[in-house]
Structures are given as structure tokens and as C-alpha cells.
Design a protein around this ligand. Structure first.
Ligand code: BGC
Ligand code: NOJ
Length: 811
């Protein structure tokens, strides 16, 4: 069952009922100013950091869910309604929400009045535009009142929901003309304020939530709207809000548009100290002046559309599979941008006050983003590297505003260092920009400890070399990619949280997964050394990689699949000898992907075992059999009920690893089958089971051991976006950026048909036609570039060359 449809021409998902199984959201904003917006206008806005600079208030865990947002109320006689249905939930004669690239448009109709509101963040300014169109569709004049509504957050979202003894006394606002200024905290050391204005005279306002709602009422029936008249309240403390009232009369067929601007402004600190309590409204007024007319807003909207058109032109496929084209050309790349911007900070499942930018998460997000805006990827790599410690380990997370490592979480996840190599390597393969390796980057944000980025990669590499256990496999530390595999938890005390007890790293617990990563990214590091002329370091690195490779084959192979780990007692994890959790997905996915066991035939065996033991109709589960009881020696993973999250859920993130591995051994049918199972465009068909947004990936789908098999959770912010894009674009469709040039080596289902790709890579645009007359799954028999036959798979990169015509024949 569906709750809407894809409109590929407009690059939108059109939701046709407000009653989706869960709120279906979109993200507005591109760089610094962001909003989350649901299909019923729920959500919130922040500047740069969802924890520290939150403009509007949202209540997670609220009932009914998703009832705070940015709302327009229409009072038409006795009828009060919202174009996005919430919060009044008045039945509408028509409802539609179109989530597009960086904008969302809501259309509601009631009693012959049509209200359509478009929300977006313009490219250039720190504000959200709300462009409202009202139309009288009836044949009699209509007189009604419009009320806007936002509830301010007192900036620090964490404090905002905890520190009431202070919060309830600090709220301050100011009203001037049609603009409401929110200046809480300005009088102390803060230099910022928010504003909410409209390009029309107003008939009233409210800034006190209590005055607006009335005692013991919710925003589903505010007293002021019921009365039809604002009370012109000026908030002092308690909960400041912003509401404008505009009274309108429309003749039959008449239309009216209004532009609301919700923005953020700063006064330079030096200026602020000369008049500490008085905000200088100039920067806000400058923004407001830019969005006074429809033409101005239209122009900003076209600029946003052009921006996305340009970004998406970097990778484009035309095939006979409409779902693949839709995901590759629109939604997968869009989600990659969102995960790049947000990391794991703010979604409807990440509160914006918990995890900020994850070290491993952001490094992986780069893999799906780097082709879009390489300059931003470059900045991000340097920011992340600056949170690395001098011994090569790293803060696991950092706050986007301060860019400082989070010392509450600290370090100790032993896979983290290698992801920095992964991200940097992807950037250099994409751009050919080796100069990044010479950039001086601090350790632990201490500039006195700065060293070239290459030295950071060196330390990442050596961290693994210097932290090995009894088998010569990498020590796992607190956990590796699987945050919940806490093998050093043997000294737990009841009531303590999973990752704080016990030593973070014992001398024994080892990870086969990190070993596989070391092969992949250790080789990438060695290659970077070679390409930058450091031959001795390259040779040393290759030797270290070879050592670990051999250990994986010797002590990391379980007979039919790769082992997952050794615990702190030296016992196997993910072995047929275990009582539960006999086979894990991560090593089956990552070993072949890293080239481990391919020539020995183990890769195929491991992948066959995945199909036999882990596959389900909704995707591949993380492990089997699910843990049915808590195992102290394994940690948080066994704390989840069977079938959820890391305990045998379908963790979408590592499904593409398996799919990529299938392409490594040439099985295109199977690689695509795996791709398809979790792919939103396919999953859309059973949205009532899947429940999260059908246009983006979710982190997890409940596995077959769970009560609600097939139900997804944690949509949007997941490494699945980047890894799936890597899978479909680089491995299935087969265009992989290498240091030498673009490699072409598709691995597709035999009946996929011919297809065309356009890829902008460095200075060139590659027009690629792939023909598959013999219906093979893999194997390039002919590669012609500008009419010339080329040996091998790589189109040699020619500096400055602008156009490449490429013909590929499989056979
Ligand atoms: C989740 C993991 C997550 C971790 C982060 C765990 O509860 O299961 O998916 O990575 O928390 O702290
Ligand atoms: C989600 C986390 O963000 C990610 O870092 C981790 O690898 C997975 N969970 C698996 O535990």
C-alpha cells in the first residue's frame, strides 16, 4: 500500500494523505541554516548546530506525535483548519504534501478556500521562506483570518527541555512593524537573535504562548484563533512564541500571496558590548528586504532548483529500470547530501542533542558525497582529522558548531582511525587533489600539534599495527563498526550503561572486521604513499597488510564463512561453534569487498552462506541465530530483543557491502537482488509494513525474529545512503573513480538491458553507452574512448580534457 507517489519529472515525492504511518519528513537548507519538516508541517529549525543554536522548539516523544512545527491557522467563520492538517486535524477537502529537493509544499483546501504554502531555505541566506498562496475557489467573497505560529526554542535545546527554573524567566521578544524578534539570552554573552516577519501589515500579534493558546489548551485549538483576534501579548519569560494575524477578504477567484521569513542574525560581539541589551536589527532587515516580493522568492527558488540540477548532473543514468534511475538520479544522491550535512545529529530519531558528527559516520558519508561538492568534502576531512589524537585514535564524535571532540564519549572505537583513510582516499581518487595530504592539521584540535594530513593517515594505519591481539588480529577496543559488539565489557555492574564500564580495551578481544578494513584501507594508504613518492613506507604498509591478510585466512575463517571476532576470553564470536550469533554479516560483506579470500574461493563460500543463513525477503539480517538472552561477554548487541537493531535486525548499512562483494565475484543478478530488497523505490509498494519514508533509506528494518518483521526505523541519517550510492554507482553500474582515471566495469543483472551514464569527473564529462548483447552479468569485452579501443577497464584521465565519448560492450 502506498500513501503517495514519486513525481520524477519534478523530483518530488507527493504525499496524498496526512495520515502516513509515521511522520514523513524532508530537510530544508544546504549549508548552515536547516529545518526538518514533516508532511503535516511539524519539525524545527536550527542554525549550524541542532543542539546549541536551535531556533524553534520541538517536542520529541510527545503525544500526539509531531504536533509542534510551523503552522498556519485559517479561521473561516467557525471553521479552523491548517493547510498541512496538523495541529487542528480538521478534515480537508484536499490535502497534498510534495517533498522536493530542499523544499516542501503543502496544499490544503477547505470550504472553497485553497491555501498552499511552500517552505524552503534560500541558498544565500540564513532564513526559511514560507511562501503562502491563498485562493478563493468559490463564487462568493470570502472573509477570513490567517494566523502564523512558531514556538521559540531558547537556543540550547538540551537546556531548553531541562532547566526550567531558569528558562521560564529568560524569554524576551520585541515587535516592530510586522516582525517579531526573539532575543532571549542576547543580554548576556550571546551575539545572536532570531526573527519572524511577513511582507504585509498585520492586524495583531502574540508572543506569549499562554496568551495565544489559553490555559490548559494545546495548539490544536488555540484560544486566540478561536476568538479570531490576537491579544498583542508581549512575552516576558515563560514560553515565547511568534504569531502574526492577517485579516483578508478575497473576491471569487481572487488570489493573495504572502511571504513569511524566519531567520537568524548575529551582531558582531564588539558592537554588541557598546549596547549590550539592544539588538541591532540591521542584519535581519537586510534579509527581510531581500524577500519582499514574489519575484524575489521565485528567483531564490529557481536558484535552488538550478543548484540541484547542477549537482545531480554529476552522475546520471538512463536505463530501462525506472526505479533505479529514480534512486540514482534523485533520491539516493539527495540523501547523501543530507547525511553529509547532518551526520547523525538531527532527525526524527536523533534528537539533535545527542550524537553530533560521528567520526566513522562522517567519514563514510563522504563516500557518497564527494562527487557532489568536493570542496566541502575537503573541508570536512580536515575538520574530522583535527579530532584525531596523536596516537592515531580519535574522538568518536564532535559537535558541529565547535568542531571539538566530545569528551563525554571519548575514543576507543578501534575502527575509527581507518575510516579517515577511507574518506581521504575517496576524495583524492575523485579529485586528483593530492595537496590535501600536505595540509597542516592539528591533533585533538591543538594547533601546536599540527602535522600534515598524510601524517594523520600514517598514525591511523599504525594505530592498528600497534594494537593487535593474540592472533595478530586488530584489537576491537570498545567496539568496531558494530557499536554494540562490546567485547571488553566483562566487569559490568548492574545499572551502568553499556559503553562506560570495564576497560575500553583489553589485551585480547580482536576484530576480524577491522582486519578486513585494514586490508582495504591499508592498501589504499600504501598506494597513496607510493603515488607521493614514499616507496619505503608503501612497501612497509603492504607488508603489514599482507600479514593481516594471512591471519584472516588462518584464524578468521570458520569453515564456511568469516568469523566475526574473538572475545575477551579468546572465545570465537560468529562461529558455528557458538550457541547463538553463529554468523555475522559484517565480515562476509567486508572481506570480499576488500579482496580477502577472493582468489582462494572463500569469498564465494561466505556469500553463499549469507544467502543461505541471513537472507530474508526484506533484506539481509545482521546475524543468526538471534541472541535470545543477554551475554555479558558480548555487550549491548545482546541487549536488544531478537530481530531489532544489531541483534539480527536488517541493518541496511551493511547490505550494500554484501552486494558489492557479489559484484567482486561477478554475480550481478544476486548483487542487484540485494540492492533491490532495501531500495526505497521498491519498498514504497508496501509502505504500510515498512512505515518510514519511501524515498529514503532507514537505518534498520526489523528482522525475521522480530514481532514486526519488515518494519523500518531511524530513517534518513544512516551510512546506508552513502554505501548504497557507492554500490549502485561504482559497482553495479560500475563507474569507479581511480587514481589513474575512471574505471568502467559494470556488474548487472543479465536482463538489465543497455544503459547510458553521464559522469562529471574532474574536468571532464563522460558520456558512456553500455551495451550487453549477450546478457552477461559482468565483463567488459570492448572499451572505446572517442572511437579508440582501450585495453583494460580504465579510461585514462587527461588533464583539462572536457568531453569523453565512451562505448562499452559487455560479453
Ligand atoms: C545502537 C547503535 C548505535 C549506538 C550509538 C546503540 O544503541 O544500537 O546502532 O550506533 O547506540 O551510541
Ligand atoms: C549506527 C552508528 O551511527 C554507526 O556508527 C554504527 O556503525 C552503526 N550504528 C552500527 O552499530
Amino acid at each position: 500500500m502506498k500513501f503517495g507517489y514519486f513525481d520524477d519529472q519534478h523530483k518530488e515525492y507527493v504525499i496524498t494523505t496526512p495520515k502516513t504511518p509515521l511522520p514523513w519528513i524532508n530537510y530544508l537548507g544546504n549549508r548552515e541554516f536547516f529545518s526538518l519538516i514533516s508532511n503535516t508541517c511539524g519539525g524545527y529549525t536550527f542554525y549550524r548546530d541542532a543542539r546549541l543554536l536551535r531556533l524553534t522548539r520541538y517536542r520529541y516523544n510527545d503525544v500526539p506525535c509531531d504536533t509542534n512545527g510551523k503552522y498556519f491557522y485559517i479561521k473561516d467563520g467557525d471553521c479552523i483548519w491548517n493547510p498541512g492538517w496538523q495541529p487542528t486535524k480538521t478534515d480537508l477537502d484536499f490535502y497534498e504534501c510534495c517533498h522536493g529537493l530542499g523544499y516542501s509544499r503543502f496544499t490544503g483546501k477547505k470550504k472553497n478556500l485553497q491555501a498552499s504554502v511552500l517552505f524552503f531555505v534560500p541558498l544565500e541566506d540564513n532564513c526559511e521562506l514560507q511562501w503562502l498562496h491563498l485562493k478563493n475557489d468559490g463564487d462568493a467573497p470570502k472573509t477570513f483570518s490567517l494566523f502564523s505560529y512558531v514556538e521559540w526554542c531558547l537556543w540550547n535545546a538540551d537546556d531548553d527541555m531541562k532547566n526550567f527554573q531558569r528558562n521560564l524567566s529568560i524569554g524576551e521578544v520585541e515587535i516592530e512593524d510586522s516582525v517579531i524578534y526573539h532575543k532571549t539570552e542576547y543580554r548576556e554573552r550571546r551575539d545572536h537573535f532570531a526573527f519572524y516577519g511577513v511582507n504585509a501589515p498585520i492586524d495583531g500579534f502574540d508572543t506569549s504562548r499562554d496568551a495565544f493558546l489559553g490555559a490548559y489548551r494545546g495548539n490544536d485549538h488555540p484560544q486566540v484563533v478561536e476568538k479570531g483576534a490576537c491579544s498583542n501579548s508581549v512575552a516576558s519569560g515563560w514560553s515565547p512564541i511568534a504569531c502574526h494575524q492577517i485579516d483578508l477578504t478575497l473576491a471569487p477567484g481572487q488570489e493573495k500571496s504572502l511571504i513569511f521569513v524566519l531567520g537568524y542574525a548575529e551582531n558582531p560581539l564588539a558592537e554588541k558590548w557598546s549596547a549590550p541589551d539592544i539588538i541591532n536589527k540591521k542584519p535581519a532587515k537586510e534579509i527581510l528586504a531581500k524577500y519582499q516580493t514574489d519575484a524575489q522568492v521565485e528567483q531564490a527558488l529557481s536558484a535552488l532548483a538550478a543548484y540541484w540540477e547542477d549537482l545531480l548532473s554529476k552522475y546520471h543514468v538512463t536505463s530501462s529500470n525506472e526505479k533505479v534511475d529514480r534512486m540514482v538520479n534523485i533520491w539516493n544522491q539527495y540523501q547523501c547530501m543530507v547525511t553529509f550535512n547532518m551526520s547523525r545529529s538531527a532527525s526524527y530519531y536523533e534528537s539533535g542533542i545527542g550524537r553530533g558528527m560521528g567520526f566513522r559516520d562522517s567519514c563514510q558519508d563522504l563516500l557518497g558525497f564527494v562527487h557532489l561538492i568536493p570542496e566541502r568534502a575537503r573541508e570536512r576531512i580536515l575538520d574530522i582529522a583535527a579530532t584525531q589524537f596523536i596516537d592515531g585514535s580519535a574522538y568518536h564524535q564532535y559537535q558541529p558548531l565547535t568542531k571539538k571532540g566530545n569528551s563525554d564519549i571519548g575514543s576507543g572505537f578501534n575502527d575509527d582511525p581507518l575510516w579517515l583513510i577511507a574518506g581521504t582516499d575517496a576524495y583524492i581518487r575523485e579529485t586528483g587533489d593530492f595537496s590535501i595530504l600536505d595540509e597542516a592539521v592539528p591533533f585533538d584540535n591543538d594547533v601546536s600539534l599540527a602535522a600534515p594530513l598524510m601524517e594523520h593517515l600514517h598514525r591511523s594505519f599504525d594505530y592498528i599495527v600497534n594494537h593487535k591481539g593474540p592472533h595478530g588480529l586488530p584489537l576491537i577496543g570498545r567496539a568496531d563498526w558494530n557499536d554494540c559488539l562490546n567485547l571488553n565489557c566483562f566487569s559490568a555492574h548492574p545499572g551502568e550503561s553499556f559503553q562506560t564500564f570495564g576497560p575500553s580495551e583489553g589485551p585480547v578481544a580482536e576484530s576480524v572486521f577491522i582486519a578486513a578494513m585494514f586490508v582495504k584501507y591499508g592498501n589504499a594508504y600504501a598506494k597513496l604513499c607510493r603515488l607521493t613518492g614514499n616507496t619505503s613506507e608503501a612497501t612497509r604498509a603492504e607488508k603489514e597488510v599482507a600479514k593481516i591478510y594471512d591471519v584472516i585466512l588462518k584464524d578468521g575463517w570458520d569453515g564456511k564463512w568469516f568469523l566475526r571476532a574473538y572475545d575477551a576470553h579468546g572465545q570465537k564470536v560468529g562461529s558455528h561453534e557458538c550457541e547463538e550469533g553463529q554468523i555475522y554479516i559484517e565480515t562476509q560483506g567486508f572481506c570480499p569487498l576488500a579482496g580477502v579470500g577472493v582468489k582462494e574461493g572463500l569469498a564465494k563460500e561466505a556469500l553463499d552462506s549469507v544467502k543461505e543463513r541471513l537472507d530474508t525477503k526484506y533484506g539481509i539480517v545482521l546475524l543468526q541465530p538471534a541472541y535470545t538472552r543477554y551475554h555479558l561477554e558480548l555487550g549491548e548487541i545482546t541487549s536488544y530483543p531478537p530481530g531489532y537493531k544489531e541483534n539480527a535486525g536488517i541493518f541496511c548499512h551493511n547490505n550494500p557491502w554484501v552486494s558489492i562483494s557479489e559484484t567482486v565475484i561477478g554475480r550481478g543478478d544476486r548483487a542487484f537482488e540485494i540492492y533491490q530488497k532495501t531500495c526505497p523505490a521498491y519498498v514504497e509498494e508496501f509502505s504500510e509494513i515498512h512505515r518510514t519514508e519511501p524515498y529514503v533509506y532507514s537505518q534498520m528494518i526489523a528482522g525475521r525474529d522480530a514481532a514486526f518483521f519488515g518494519e523500518a526505523k531511524n530513517s534518513w541519517l544512516t551510512g546506508t545512503a552513502a554505501w548504497t550510492f557507492v554500490n549502485i554507482s561504482q559497482h553495479i553500474l560500475g563507474l569507479l573513480p581511480t587514481h589513474e582515471g575512471l574505471s568502467v566495469d559494470p556488474c548487472i543483472p543479465h536482463d538489465f538491458g543497455d544503459f547510458e551514464l553521464t559522469r562529471k569527473f574532474r574536468e571532464g564529462t563522460y558520456h558512456i553507452q553500455v551495451r550487453n548483447p549477450k546478457q552477461v552479468e559482468k565483463g567488459v569485452v570492448s572499451l572505446r574512448v572517442d572511437g579508440q579501443e582501450i585495453a583494460g577497464n580504465v579510461i585514462p584521465y587527461v588533464r583539462g580534457k572536457k568531453e569523453y565519448q565512451v562505448e562499452v560492450t559487455l560479453g
